[in-house]
Design a protein around this ligand. Sequence first.
Ligand SMILES: [Zn+2]
Ligand SMILES: [Zn+2]
Ligand SMILES: [Zn+2]
Ligand SMILES: [Zn+2]
Length: 226
Amino acid sequence: MSRKKQSRGACLYCGQEMAKGGMLKHLTVCAARRKTMAEAKGKEIQPLYHLRVQDAWAGDFWLDLEMRGSATLNDLDKYLRAIWLECCGHMSRFSIGGGWGGREIAKKTRADQIFRPGVELTHIYDFGTSSETLIKMVDAREGQPTTSKPIALMARNSMPEAVCIECGQPAAWLCLECMHEGDSPGTLCDLHAQEHPHDNYGEPMPLVNSPRVGMCGYTGPAEPPY
Ligand SMILES: [Zn+2]
Ligand SMILES: [Zn+2]
Ligand SMILES: [Zn+2]
Ligand SMILES: [Zn+2]
């Protein structure tokens, strides 16, 4: 059995790409991030939490966020919806101590009321075709936030590599009919997406960088809101 290649991602401060496992360390020493931190001024000094956010099932999708202490879980919910999840305005919840079985945490809760070393929350979006996201506090510092927004995106996974089911070339499209009814990944290159015969779930959709691809009506854009 071949070992799965570790997911890679890029630091948003310096642009460097590296393995997921090296990113936490990198963010503590990144010179570009240090410069941004040193230049932050005019804002209230407060606890700032480094959160490692990842899809509960596919570790290929992950984010490193810095969340200010005064921001609420509602801010985090909005962020996750924008970058990864939003398809049709489903309900969502945060809990601690395991997914559905855990204790629900109100969205008005501030980051500084819930995050402690090692605390892990579960976020569930859509109670039918649910997407589960794990949010772990991995580090914290005291300082001025580096942006005027509640959350700063520090690093993000690179698009997982996918290959065309017809020819093995890099894929950029997804056929939902293959995926849901054909027991196939349904990933297609540009050429084979054009020629693909299925349309029961619509034309092949562009692959985007989100763990919700192929679920409910999700089609992206999977871009950060800020
Ligand atoms: Zn960096
Ligand atoms: Zn939906
Ligand atoms: Zn192809
Ligand atoms: Zn198909």
